[in-house]
Design a protein around this ligand. Structure first.
Ligand code: SF4
Length: 325
């Protein structure tokens, strides 16, 4: 049994006047996603901004209520749990946010920020709580003297370390890392990714690592899922995605990743047009207006996510997964 299993998860948001009208227009931010994450695994979730990946992360944790579907964590369906059961389960499931500037309360001291979850879940108090916070600060590369300081006294990378310590405070087993390095300098990004990897090994953590940048998820992810307009269009082991991507959208994303080796020049695949509106997504394959490989069937029929025996899934009529005999 996987640690996390998602079946046909949907999150639709009503828009504008439709909020009160009978003919409801909706933004299909997440539109029927099936995924599983194994214990100790990092699943990278990649797509352009607005593709629904952050909404998916929040819907899994029920920080926003899904419209439909099922989310099983350790075999229990989170969507049928009472608020009380969910509160207990939340100890196991944490989130690290993108913006370390906005996600920390500027009026709270670091010790209180990191210790908040420990207090809410009654895991320790007094001296024991302070010792636990000190231990967490140490684990994320901060020092004892940081305990009484405020978030504005830290750099972006240090603030993200505080966010990580806060998430670890309740000893979770699963963490949604929602673009945790997107707002940081490239050199700091590497430090935070290395830290997350070290912590994963030490604490046997499982991550859903969300990013708009395939380069960022390359080293941390065991598998990578590519999202486009609320759906997963390709999923495979990391090395398969980077070596043998099939979906034209994945290939376009990969072609925009810079290669450090001057002898390995890549042909840049330019995407045609903008991302279509999720209120009125294109018929058939929702990528077809931007796809230079589209065939007659592509605007008629939606391609299913088809898997081969190596669990490489591709939703494309033309470039399905290679099935070996
Ligand atoms: Fe392109 Fe057709 Fe494949 Fe969609 S199904 S990605 S339009 S080739």
């Amino acid at each position: 049994m996987s640690l996390l299993e998602i079946h046909n998860l949907k999150k639709h948001f009503p828009v504008g006047e439709a909020l009160f009208s009978r003919n409801k227009a909706v933004v299909k931010a997440v539109d029927g996603v099936d995924l599983s994450v194994e214990e100790g695994e990092t699943l990278g979730l990649v797509g352009e901004s607005g593709c629904g990946k952050s909404t998916l992360g929040r819907a899994i944790l029920r920080l926003i209520e899904p419209t439909d579907g099922e989310v099983f964590f350790q075999g229990k369906n989170l969507l049928t749990m009472s608020q009380r059961e969910l509160r207990d389960m939340r100890r196991q499931m944490q989130i690290i946010f993108q913006d370390p500037y906005a996600s920390l309360n500027p009026r709270m001291r670091v010790g209180d920020i990191v210790g908040e979850g420990i207090e809410i879940h009654k895991l320790a108090k007094g001296r024991a709580k302070r010792d636990r916070v000190m231990e967490l600060l140490h684990q994320v590369g901060l020092r004892e003297e940081h305990y009484d300081r405020y978030p504005h006294e830290f750099s972006g990378g240090q603030r993200q370390r505080i966010g990580i310590a806060r998430a670890l405070g309740v000893s979770p087993s699963f963490i949604v890392c929602d673009e945790p390095v997107s707002s940081l300098d490239v050199s700091i990004q590497a430090q935070i990714i290395n830290l997350l990897q070290e912590l994963q090994e030490k604490m046997h953590l499982t991550y859903l690592f969300i990013s708009h940048d395939l380069r960022v998820v390359e080293h941390i992810s065991h598998r990578v899922a590519i999202m486009y307009l609320g759906k997963v269009v390709e999923i495979a082991k990391s090395d398969t995605i980077y070596r043998d991507a099939r979906h034209p959208y994945t290939r376009a994303l990969l072609s925009s990743v810079p290669v450090p080796d001057m002898n390995r020049k890549k042909q840049r695949v330019l995407l045609e047009g903008d991302v279509p509106s999720p209120v009125n997504p294109p018929s058939g394959c929702s990528f077809h207006p931007r796809c230079s490989y589209r065939a007659a069937i592509c605007d008629q029929t939606e391609p299913p996510l088809d898997f081969n025996s190596e669990s490489h899934g591709v939703a494309c009529h033309v470039f399905g997964p290679i099935k070996r005999a």
